[in-house]
Structure formats: C-alpha cells, structure tokens
Design a protein around this ligand. Structure first.
Ligand code: GLV
Length: 323
C-alpha cells in the first residue's frame, strides 16, 4: 500500500493505482505528525510533499520502504534517520530546472523594473499620462548578476542572463569546472565580494543548517542600495524580518520572492511594501513540469516498493545495509 499525503497530477495517481493499493490522506495543508505516523503504519511507500515533516516517528514504521518527495528540495525529510531505518528517500531532480530558472528570471525582471507596482498603479487609476520620471527601475541588460548556489537551477539562470547581456558571477562552495565556467561565461567569486558587486542576486542553494539565514542584515548591508534580491530556493535561507527592514529602509532596491520562512505565512511587514514581488511558491508550477514531477515521484515510489533501486535515490547506503 502506498500513501499519498496530498493529491498529485496525472499520470502519477494512475501509475500508482495500477501498481498498488493507494490511500490519499484527507485534504489538509499541514498534516499533524501523528497523522503522518499513523498513515505510515502498514504502508510500503509514501509520496510526500515539501510541507510534510518526515522524521523519526514516521520513518520507524515497520515495512516502510520508501519516501518519495514530489520536489527537488528534501529539507522536510530527515534523510540520515531514514537511512538508519533502511527507508529509501527520493526526490525529483532535473525536471524543474528550466521552469524554475524561467520564474527566477521573471521575478528578477519584475522586481528590477517594478512591474507589479506598475500594474497596481494603472489599476488604481493613478496613470495620468507619460512622465519622464515615472516608476524608474534598474536595467537588467548590462547589469551584473550574482548567483548564489550554482547547481542546475543556478546554471539555468546564468544561461538566461547571458542572453540579456548580463555579466554573471557566482558563489558556490564547490566551484564549477573551468569548462562549465567557460561555456556559461561565468566567474566564481567569494560571497561578500559578489554581494557588493552584483546588481541582482539570485539564490539557488538548498536549505541546510549552513544556509539557514544565509541572507540577513549583514548581507543586505553589503549589497548595493540599487540591488535586487531574488529567492526561489527555500524561505528560511533569507531572514525575512531583516529583509523587510532592508527593503523599507532602502538598503536594497527591491526583492522578488517565491518562498517564505513560515509558509504559507508571509512576514506582515513584507506585505506592506511596494518594492517586493511576492509569489506563492510557484516557480516550478507549469502544467508540464508539475505533471512530470508527479510522474517521476510515482515511478520512484513504485520502484522502491517493488524492491528495486529508484533512479533518484538520495541515500544509496540503505541498499548496502540490506545486503
Ligand atoms: C519546490 O520547491 C521543489 O523543491 O521542487
């Protein structure tokens, strides 16, 4: 039996139903841990989403073989504990890179050129005719983009930036190879020089203890007053209270956010500001990509339940312990 903690898109449910008995949990955004624990009892597989905290209570369920997350990020799952209990964990990498990079770029442009503010301005009836100084933003073309976290999505953003004539620098603790740097026309920088040089900063790191609040008061103070911050990674990478303060005090020019520290809540101070574009965690939300994520998560789960090695296995050590 496989538990689906939230609905997924076709062909995911059909594939799962063809392979096994499927149980969909009652509709609830945040299932209490106790409900997840109970759901895991008697299940061989669980298809989970980023709002499901999967820790010891769930992972120790006897017979549970696999937790398949419908996301590339998997900070909601305690992977070492899963490994200890012999439970495989999978994610959906490589499918949503372009869709997410497109959206990061959309946020970058919207924030830099004040697109949402302009829309509110027109709808509010404030447009009284062309004016030389109306809603002035900052150029994307020719600007310097600093990419923090240079994995697949960060690299996708770099490719788009090149087409806009941007200069691209990146920070990642693991440098890309010289070939990749050359192909993408990017240069590695340390974090603080990047923050002080970049006109736009786009964040693409996973959430780990090391990246929690990677962006806070000190980092905003290092950025240019004309700089724009874009976050499509995970909310807690940015200290939201410090960001709201920096935006309000014009320490930085604007921000574009798709993710929040305590989703679905958004810091109340951010909601009051004009110079931040707010999206509801939809960077990978295209019909094609979300369907494909659902399909891949279903296939990972089915393979795991049948005792095989799922293609996107995050903790291959579990297989060693079974031998
Ligand atoms: C979404 O945020 C994901 O990690 O896929």
């Amino acid at each position: 039996m496989v538990v689906l903690t939230h609905p997924i898109l076709e062909p995911g449910p059909t594939l799962l139903r063809e392979a096994t008995e499927l149980r969909l949990l009652p509709n609830q955004y945040r299932h209490p841990v106790e409900a997840l624990r109970k759901a895991a009892e008697g299940a061989q597989g669980m298809v989970t989403q980023l709002m499901d905290p999967i820790g010891e209570e769930v992972l120790r369920a006897p017979g549970l073989k696999i937790v398949s997350n419908v996301a590339v990020g998997y900070d909601n799952i305690d992977v070492p504990t899963a490994t200890r209990h012999g439970v495989m964990v999978t994610n959906t990498p490589g499918i949503l890179d372009d869709t997410t990079a497109d959206f990061a770029f959309a946020l970058l442009m919207a924030a830099g050129r004040r697109l949402l503010e302009a829309d509110r301005f027109v709808r509010g009836g404030a447009f009284a005719g062309w004016a030389i100084d109306m809603l002035l933003g900052h150029d994307v073309s020719g600007a310097t983009l600093g990419i923090v976290g240079f994995g697949r999505i960060g690299r996708g953003v770099a490719r788009r930036a090149r087409a806009f004539g941007m200069r691209v620098i990146y920070y990642d603790e693991f440098p890309a190879t010289p070939e990749v740097e050359q192909e993408l026309g990017v240069t590695r920088s340390e974090l603080y020089p990047l923050l002080s040089e970049a006109d736009f900063v786009s964040v693409h790191v996973p959430l780990t203890p090391a990246t929690r609040h990677l962006f806070s008061s000190k980092e905003f103070a290092t950025m240019k007053p004309s700089a724009v911050l874009v976050n499509t990674s995970r909310g807690p990478v940015v200290d939201e209270a410090a960001l709201a303060h920096a935006l309000k005090e014009r320490e930085i020019f604007a921000a574009g956010l798709d993710v929040y520290e305590n989703e679905p809540q958004v810091h109340p101070e951010l909601l009051k500001l004009e110079n931040v574009v707010l999206a509801p965690h939809i960077a990978s939300a295209s019909v094609k990509t979300r369907s494909r994520m659902s399909e891949v998560a279903a296939r990972n789960c089915i393979t795991g339940v049948r005792g095989g090695r799922p293609p996107n296995l995050l903790n291959p050590e579990v297989l060693d312990s079974r031998r």
